[in-house]
Design a protein around this ligand. Sequence first.
Ligand SMILES: [Zn+2]
Length: 414
Amino acid sequence: MLHSLVIMGYRLSGYSNFKEFKQQTYKCHSDGRNWHPDYPYIIKHLDSCRFTGKAMLYNMLQLPYHIPFMTPVSLAMNNLGGSKAQSPANARRMQSIGPTLNYCPKCVQRQLGIYGRSLWERSHQLKFASVCWRHGTRLIPVEQHLHHPLLPADFEMQDTEYVFDSREIWLANQSRDLLVGNHGPSNLAAMAGLYRARAISLGYTRGRKIDYGTIVDHLKKRFQEDFLLRTMQCADLDGVRGALYAAMNSVRLVANPIHHLFCMEALFGDQRLFFSQLKALSRSEETAGRVAALNSDETGPVHKQIFMVELRRSGQEVMVALHKNFPFTHSWILRNALVWSRRKIAELTLRGPKRPSQLRLAAKHRNFREALEEQMSRRAIHANTAAKVLASGSAVGAHSAQAFHRMSSELRRA
Ligand SMILES: [Zn+2]
């Protein structure tokens, strides 16, 4: 918006050269990205949201995507003064961004209809996002002219191409949500702790370490390899694993927002959940212990919700379906909510059972449990069989559990 405003000012000013216009306006040379230090005094009157304003002045409409993954200190070093006094992280980010901008031809038509002019939209500028979140159209990437900047309507290419790839649409919506969320800079240690605790509680572990390979497998199933490699910019899946590791441990100075979006998708399923937990965490100012507490409370409902969705879809075969589609939920249920899950499955079918048969089944049930525990100790190899046994025997199990309870209460009375 502000970037567009500056360009409009240049058009109306009658200057034949953008450089001269800026020189006169800001009393300093600029290549269109780095502005004179005096500019903070002007910006106050133009932009109520400091961070986004800065980003646009730097011709970095992408900066707002980076802010949630920066510390307050590194953001403060992202000063308006120009390239000389920047932090190394900022300098690297500047290099990686470049002057490529995206626009959506449908949005251009819409803006021309409403405002009579076209504008650069921040929500189209996430690197590697290639679809408009509003129209589902292919974004057109162009090189911005630093000395004669153009508005989207000035470019000849205005062909509309609709995209039906759900992965591209996912990325477009994620990038928009990231902007709309308007998140401030974060405590990176807390962020790393949050990722870690969530990964552990979801079962993405091998021994005591986080198993990044399994997370990559999960993402590969969801997005396919080609999309991962294109957006993560890695040559192979080892690279993707490395990128996830770097994001989850806040290793790199220049965080790539897309890497974080994938981490959030794999571990939280929803970036709002991630940011709300991060906020709660920063507020409490405690780290590891608090994260663990937060996660143990939070993951249960998530797994149970996944279970209920699958139950509705697959009925009594729910555990088999879980094992296939949500292996971590499957093992979480086996570990933590076996009785609950059996009851839920039994609720599907059992109505008014008879007592003698219940007692017979109770005996079976105990044998069944022992067998299951044995299988669980041999988990990985036999997990599939356990799921099948559980799925077929679970109605029986819950049924007999009720009977068993009733029997023991009667015994106590006697
Ligand atoms: Zn659009």
